[in-house]
Design a protein. Structure first.
Length: 146
């Protein structure tokens, strides 16, 4: 009996080396997709923190607008770089800071009545600082009237 298996150099099919190379290429592809999913989750977290910051800043400006003009939180002063008395607040894990200054050339008597005390519109800048250093830092500048 003779063995009719041809041992030519033109054999077809996959060998062990080819299968190993295909496995490595597939593993690299799967790991790349896993890394992209982690990066996407982190970006989503940063985006959520940034959106929450914008909402908190907007709500804080509206809250300050509703305060009486004589309230210490509406007084001129504050700092965006450090917490100051009556010009900073914590909302959950987010720090809010604001600065209030008189808006020049916008002063008028209260109620438009001659002889009444003068009042001025005020510039306000509010910033939200989140513990997430990758999140967008939200800052809004606005004007307070009465």
């Amino acid at each position: 009996m003779t063995n009719d298996i041809a041992s030519s150099s033109g054999e077809s099919g996959f060998g062990l080396v080819e299968a190993l190379i295909a496995t490595v290429i597939t593993a690299i592809g799967v790991l790349s997709v896993a890394v992209l999913m982690m990066v996407g989750a982190r970006l989503q977290q940063n985006s959520r923190a940034g959106s929450n910051s914008w909402a908190l800043v907007t709500a804080e400006i509206e809250r300050i607008r509703t305060l009486a003009p004589t309230n210490p939180q509406r007084a001129n002063g504050g700092s965006l770089g450090a917490n100051t008395l009556n010009h900073s607040a914590m909302r959950g894990t987010t720090t809010l800071r604001w600065v209030i200054t008189d808006k020049l050339d916008t002063c008028a008597p209260v109620g438009g009545v001659q002889g009444a005390p003068m009042e001025c519109a005020k510039n306000i800048s509010v910033v939200a600082i989140t513990p997430n250093s990758q999140a967008i830092r939200a800052q809004v500048d606005s004007v307070l009237f009465r």
